[in-house]
Design a protein around this ligand. Structure first.
Ligand code: 4AD
Ligand code: MG
Length: 427
């Protein structure tokens, strides 16, 4: 038997043809002489009618919401049916009869997250997952077009990239290791042979905050480039973000519409993005009445105010070096400032962090000392600067934050199939 996808039936002229489909019962309604089943497969939904007296009748009556089945019937055009086609069913075979499905209308977000393994069947989640897959495709497409080489960094690591407070420790045989927070340090080692590298991999953060933008496990797009500057990174990042927005606007129209997202808004994300210094950002924040002093790191509140002020993505660069990581290069003319840049977007705040890296061995050793990190923990990282060091820069972007921003979702939790947070690790 060869089965036809539902979307193919809706797209092509199958009218009058006899077809076989398979899927799950999405909705069910009955009248005296007809059972109306809305059948869902990975591509769409179609209404299937079963008439009293047909050999499919008994099983159609028996089929419950989310039962899996195969159906055979004739496609008819019907303006009243969703999708404008329906199938007059003459054969129906239940594969797996479903017990009473626990998800009904108007359930709390918490409950839907408890039954995420089932809620993934909803149209909303299915649509988000399809867009997520496309976004990942566009990201890979972008880097490959720019001749970046995809690399696969390790997940077990022996020293921190982004500070000890968000490190997940784990027992590794008789040693204490960590889950990676960022592939950056390992990507840096790879530029000496490949020059332009990127990866899309999980990062782990022991993030105690419960916010709309923090997960303990998230997917991290990271790039590193030899001979590049902080300005090169800003250009690379804005081109990546606009490429993804434009591609989604063009190629995911139906999905965006079903989520109520305006494709035009994404199509209008244009480069260059605005660039302001940390100093300018502080002035704006103070003018807006926030209690922010020079030297303070920005939190969600500050970022949200900045994002609202610009309404579009905005780069903030040249931060005080003490609020940025040990690997950040500083400006020659002002060594108190780090060549570090955050991209801030409306509602979500920080979408990327990037910048230039310390490329001098002695300066790096000095920075490690200043911050109180042990030199021996970063031996190999120092080592790569001993042999033909080059200026270089890179950045990291959270896939879930990108999706939550683009799709106007309430939380990053809505963008990943099985979100992990301080309190959520089931299912
Ligand atoms: O700003 P972060 O911590 O920077 C780094 O890890 C650099 N080493 C990246 C690099 O230069 N290669 O993380 C980068 C991005 C953030 O801007 C944010 O989008 C995302 O990763 N991110 C998170 N996303 C979800 N949940 C979390 N807990 C996140 N922490 C960071
Ligand atoms: Mg950051």
């Amino acid at each position: 038997m060869s089965f036809v996808s539902i979307q193919v039936i809706l797209d092509k002229n199958y009218e009058g043809k006899h077809v076989d489909i398979r899927g799950w019962v999405y909705r069910k309604r009955e009248s005296k002489d007809t059972v109306f089943l809305i059948i869902r497969d990975a591509t769409g939904t179609i209404q299937c009618t079963v008439k009293r007296g047909s050999s499919a009748w008994a099983d159609a009556k028996k089929a419950t919401i989310e039962s899996s089945l195969t159906l055979s019937g004739t496609v008819r055009s019907d303006k009243r049916a969703p999708g404008e086609f329906e199938m007059s069913t003459d054969q129906l075979n239940i594969i797996g009869l479903a017990e009473v499905f626990p998800i009904t209308k108007d359930q709390s977000k918490e409950f839907l997250r408890d039954v995420r393994h089932l809620w993934l069947r909803s149209q909303k989640m299915g649509t988000i997952m399809k867009i997520r897959s496309e976004v990942l495709k566009f990201i890979h497409e972008f880097f490959r077009k720019q001749s970046f080489i995809e690399v696969s960094p390790p997940m077990f690591i022996s020293s921190a990239c982004e500070g000890g407070s968000t490190l997940f420790g784990l027992k590794y045989f008789d040693k204490e290791l960590y889950l990676t927070q960022s592939a950056q340090l390992h990507l840096e080692a790879l530029i000496y042979s490949l020059e332009k590298v990127y990866c899309v991999a999980p990062s782990f953060r022991a993030e105690k905050s419960r916010t709309i933008r923090h997960l303990t496990e998230y997917w991290h797009v990271e790039a590193e480039q030899a001979f590049a500057t902080i300005d090169d990174m800003m250009r690379l990042e804005e081109n990546l973000v606009s490429h993804v927005c434009h591609s989604v606007a063009k190629q995911c129209r139906g999905e965006l519409e079903s989520l109520g997202v305006d494709a035009e808004k994404l199509a209008k994300i244009n480069v260059p993005f605005k660039r302001i210094t940390y100093d300018e950002a502080i002035k704006i924040l103070q003018k807006k009445g926030l209690e922010t002093n020079w030297g303070k790191d920005f939190g969600f509140d500050e970022e949200r105010v900045l994002a609202k002020e610009f309404g579009d993505p905005v780069f903030v660069y040249a931060y005080p070096k003490q609020i940025k990581a040990f690997y950040c290069k500083t400006y020659k003319e002002n060594p108190e400032l780090a060549m570090s840049v955050d991209l801030i977007v409306p509602r979500i705040g920080e979408l990327t962090t990037g910048g230039a890296r310390v490329d001098d061995k002695d300066e790096l050793i000095e920075r490690l000392k200043e911050i109180g990190l042990k030199q021996e923990d970063y031996k190999w990282y120092i080592d790569i600067r001993r042999y033909g060091t080059v200026p270089h820069a890179g950045f990291g972007l959270g896939v879930e934050r990108l999706l939550a921003w683009m799709l106007e979702l309430e939380s990053v939790m809505d963008t990943i199939p099985f979100p992990r947070t301080i309190r959520r690790y089931y299912p």
